[in-house]
Structures are given as C-alpha cells and as structure tokens.
Design a binder for this molecule. Sequence first.
Ligand code: COD
Length: 162
Amino acid sequence: MRTALCPGSFDPITKGHLDIILRASRLFDRVVVLVSVNPDKRTAFSVEERVELIRAVTGDLANVEVDAYQGLLVDYARQVGATASIRGLRAVSDFEYEFQMALANKKLDPQLETIFLNTNSKYMYLSSSLVKQIAAFGGDIDDFVPQAIIEPIKQRLSKGVS
Ligand code: COD
C-alpha cells in the first residue's frame, strides 16, 4: 500500500489545499493530511480546530485521513510508512521555500520523496492568509473555502485575526 502525506499549516484549509488533497488521493492508496508546526507562522486556529475543519471537508474521501504532529515530518513519515510528501506549488514565489524544504527533508530521510503538484489555475492566488484577512473584515469567503466550513471560519475570525 502506497501512503503519502499532505503536510501543512492549514490555517485554515482552503479550496486550493483541498484540490491538492483530492488529486493526491487519486494517486496514492492512502493519504494522511498532516497538520504540522511551521515555526515561521503564528496560527489563528488551534491544531484541534484545523484538524476538525479538514475532517469536515475530506470526510467523503475514503482513503484520506487527518492527523496532527508536533515533530519532524520525516519522523512522522517513518511512523506511518509514508513514502511521499505532496506539496502544492502556486507560483515562482513558492519555489525557493519548497525547494529548500524538499532538499532538507531528502537529507534527513532519503527514502521520503517530495512530489509537487501544480496549483489548479482557479486557485493560483489563494492562500490561508488571504482568507483570514477577508473574513476578519467581514468579507465574502465563499469562493475560497469549501461550503461546509464557511460559517465556522467566519464566526471564528469575525472577532479579528490574531
Ligand atoms: N494551490 C495549491 N497549493 C496550495 C495553495 C493553493 N492555492 N495554497 C497552499 N498550497 C500548498 C502549499 O504550497 C503547501 O504545499 C501546502 O499547500 C500547505 O500549505 P500551508 O501554507 O498550509 O503549509 P506550510 O507551508 O506552512 O507547511 C509547512 C510545514 C508545516 C509542512 C513545515 O514547516 C514542516 O514540515 N514542519 C514540520 C517540522 C519539519 O519537519 N521541519 C523541517 C522541514 S525541512
């Protein structure tokens, strides 16, 4: 059985993330969406909230699981027998960061491959930060996050982004 990870902050999950998860689920037998710690980001949603939001929109994908982990990605990958980490690439601006991370992970564990899926052109501009900013100012996020989580996100962020 081939297992892949879709790691990220998912603060919160967007339609861009979901598109990558969906496509990964067609390529691998089992996909674990992993809420991980990015030390460079201060998150608005707790780990539990992010996991819950992802579960709410991936429940219909039979081979997709959601988990959270506080350590190194390579350690989690070994624990669950994952052979690939799937990352989404939006624009050239993503590349340097993604490339650095892929090379570091390869150094830490040569068995773990990083696979890049290009963004769906519909979601090229989309990021969690954009969603948080628009929702915090009462804007319409319907085009940016899946239907099932629009209200929870709006309610949570209407009091302002931390
Ligand atoms: N279209 C397509 N892909 C997208 C879109 C979009 N609109 N928006 C985001 N994505 C992609 C991102 O490019 C990324 O690949 C993925 O979705 C998740 O994005 P984020 O922003 O939620 O996640 P990041 O980049 O903050 O995740 C970084 C990790 C948390 C995975 C990283 O810091 C990590 O692995 N942490 C664990 C500790 C570790 O092992 N560190 C060493 C790494 S070298």
